[in-house]
Design a protein around this ligand. Sequence first.
Ligand code: GLT
Ligand code: MN
Ligand code: MN
Length: 405
Amino acid sequence: MKNAKNGKHEKQKSGDPFEPTRADRFSFGLWTVGNPGRDPFGEAVRARMEPAYIVRKLAECGAHGVNLHDNDLVPFGASAGERGRIVGAFKAALEDCGMVVPMATTNLFSHPVFKDGAFTANDPKVRAFALQKSMDAIDLGVELGAKLYVFWGGREGSEADACRDPRAALARMREALDFLCEYVREQRYELCFALEAKPNEPRGDIYLATTGHMLHFITTLAHPEMVGVNPEVAHETMAGLSMVHGVAQAMEAGKLFHIDLNAQKIGRYDQDLRFGSEDLKGAFLLVRMLEGTSGTVPYTGPLHFDAHAYRSEDEQGVWDFARGCMRTYKILKARAQEFDRDPEVRGLLREQADAELEPLMQRYSKKNAKALRAASIDPDAIARKGLGYEKLDQLMMEHLLGVRS
Ligand code: GLT
Ligand code: MN
Ligand code: MN
């Protein structure tokens, strides 16, 4: 519905506390709600939607942002004239709906030229083409107002591992990112990079398989301050890892620049399911940490849903899916707030303190080491004491199941 004062599309206030608003910073990719349901075994089940239409529908659902790959908007090989027309129409739609583009990225995986990777391909012409395409896509992202730029190296991997030493792949990846950081600096763009890991699919193995690998790799770059991570629930779960622990490490390092929220069953292909629809406990703990409801510093960046509707759905199912992602996030946030306010939970979580021992462990000195050695500690007495984690976890379950608030 159009606001009479500013003429922009706006959602009506419903009084429903879980209804998403612009202030929630929720975003979707054009490729997410626009996913036509094609998979390796079957054709598309939904028609293509125009980017401007997606923007309008996402705004109606309460999202504040829309993200894109270069070719989600401008077709591969489009002329300068076509690009200008398409980008102009898209900007007008954004303006009309009061929507923003928080993040942009490059499609370095669909065209067959990238069959051996992009930045890590053995053919220098492919690597050069990937850099050309990335510089153009960065210009596009900045033109649309993006402050973050994601690199997901979907094709940067191998099946026949003898084709290249993985160390050469890492060196090429570093060279490409250093090159693009310099490009951004020279253009004076206000843009940071976020690296997204995935262990496999579409390649047998993808280099830099997890958020942890990425965090170390960033320290080897020429401009580590410009580069952070974009962890995805599905990808960390595919690797059999805890998303919450990976995100915690990224937050602690000041490197959580962006996040891809979705859901995933362990041991499956990349499912990109509606946020919270699998592993509800993991989703709860993730939202609790992002929101800092236990008193820690919250994440304040974009909350991006990198997911898509089931293949069983028509267009209505796509918008049900989008609303579902956002509502579940907000419901989990409310549950996490209640959980961390619960006196019984607080009692169980009360930090154990030891005024004598803790100062001795904070920093090594000969004196501290001597005093620590002399301290009397009874390991058997400590071992006999239960920690109450069964009770704590059950309390969390009951908050989650809505019987305790
Ligand atoms: C692709 C992938 C996602 C990435 C996107 C960014 S594209 O859909 O599966 O995980 O985040 O390139
Ligand atoms: Mn995924
Ligand atoms: Mn992703």
